[in-house]
Ligand binder design. Structure first.
Ligand SMILES: NC(=O)c1ccc[n+]([C@@H]2O[C@H](COP(=O)([O-])OP(=O)(O)OC[C@H]3O[C@@H](n4cnc5c(N)ncnc54)[C@H](OP(=O)(O)O)[C@@H]3O)[C@@H](O)[C@H]2O)c1
Ligand SMILES: [Zn+2]
Length: 366
């Protein structure tokens, strides 16, 4: 099998794996392909949390079992070697007599982390690692961050005009971008585990934060409301999706806590520092609740706070071909919150258009 064939089949694994987006969390997205004599004889992906792993589905799809000893199994993430919700995939590969395994990237999960690869090698299987490694790591960036940093992957999503304004001087921000860009935001919501919004933005926009312009599951909606200012009638407190509200521990005695709980909102308390909720504490609590990724749909101050606290991994900036001028609200230039004096350096991805709006994606360099 040539190196370019390995790349080709790994690309197919990535394509298959991506079908699990939004359904497998907090598990990783994994796809697997089995190839014999230059032909794909089986494929599968991890479809649902708790369900069979990609390798199991790929093995089960092979019609002619006699081909296993003459085949190569491709998988974008190191096969598991421990008993989780399902038995170890390494044992299945060994049992079927598959002589070669090609792996995209290592699994950072403590129970695997190199042990899967070591087990395969120990039984004489030829293992090739690191094929399309960067792409494989990117597909599971949230899973990897969660297991290596003990925190969710954090993306900021903002929509701004060409002159860098995220709201008019009257505070309206709902209609900056057009329908196709809003569709992409809904798709992002369907793959992020949670979205975070502030009480200030709820009061300005009364957004639902559900997935409506595409199919997919709703994210957990997380409201940051230090002093319990959001009205009980806000759309975000409706029953379409789950809502978690973080307030300051100083607000724990308020009668509104019980009222929120009665309408189905989970209320949690975290510390505040200098009249700001501790964002790290919020993220740690979400991590404890198996949230791998969050998209912050905040305004200027909340976005700036996340950047200043060095908690952001990625920014989605939708840019609309409009000018708001005047004293509209600038992204990241908020009242009383200054960014670090050194520049915050980012790395752009290829830009994409959604209708007339441009999406710039950028990773923060840490
Ligand atoms: N175009 C867009 O992409 C977009 C997106 C969202 C919102 N907006 C617009 O942005 C405006 C609101 O922006 P904003 O800057 O006033 O508010 P914001 O950034 O949405 O949020 C600030 C709010 O977050 C709370 N908060 C809790 N913890 C915080 C922390 N650690 N750091 C900072 N804030 C924290 C603050 O409450 P305390 O003050 O009690 O701490 C305050 O209510 C609205 O006009 C909205 O329409 C635009
Ligand atoms: Zn497995």
């Amino acid at each position: 099998m040539s190196k370019s064939d390995d790349v080709l089949y790994m690309r197919r694994c990535l394509e298959l794996a991506a079908h699990g987006a939004g359904s497998v969390n907090p598990n990783p997205m994994v796809g697997s392909v089995i190839v014999s004599n230059g032909e794909i004889i089986g494929e599968g992906f991890h479809q649902k949390f708790g369900g069979p792993h990609a390798e199991v589905n790929a093995v089960a799809s092979v019609a002619n079992e006699a081909l296993f000893p003459h085949s190569t199994l491709y998988v974008n993430l190191e096969p598991c070697s421990h008993f989780g919700k399902t038995p170890p995939c390494t044992d299945l590969i060994i049992e079927k007599g598959i002589p070669r395994v090609v792996i995209g990237c290592r699994d950072p999960h403590d129970a695997v982390a190199g042990k899967g690869t070591a087990k395969l090698i120990a039984t004489g299987i030829a293992v090739t690692e690191g094929v399309l490694e960067a792409e494989c790591k990117k597909l599971n960036e949230a899973f990897i961050k969660s297991h290596t940093a003990g925190l969710p992957f954090v993306a900021l999503k903002l929509a701004e005009t060409l002159d860098g304004k995220i709201a008019t001087s009257h505070g309206a921000s709902k209609w900056i971008t057009g329908e196709p860009a809003r569709g992409e935001v809904h798709r992002l919501r369907s793959i992020y585990d949670a979205v975070i919004i502030s009480e200030a933005t709820i009061r300005a926009d009364d957004a639902l934060l559900t997935v409506r312009h595409c199919s997919g599951r709703n994210p957990l909606r997380v409201v940051l409301d230090r002093q319990l200012n959001a009205p009980l009638t806000a759309k975000i407190f409706g029953s379409e999706a789950e809502t978690l509200l973080f307030a300051s521990s100083l607000s724990s005695g308020s009668p509104k806590v019980e009222q929120l709980r009665q309408i189905g909102v989970t209320v949690l308390f975290v510390n505040e520092h200098a009249e700001k909720l501790d964002l790290l504490e919020v993220l740690l609590e979400l991590h404890k609740r198996h949230i791998l990724s969050v998209m912050v749909e905040g305004g200027s101050r909340l976005s700036a706070s996340f950047i200043r606290e060095n908690l952001v991994d990625k920014i989605y900036m939708f840019i609309a071909p409009k000018l708001f001028g005047g004293d509209g609200l600038s992204a990241f230039a908020p009242l009383g919150i200054t960014l670090p004096l050194d520049a915050v350096n980012l790395q752009f991805e290829a830009p994409r258009f959604f209708g007339n709006d441009l999406l710039l994606e950028a990773y923060l360099r840490k």
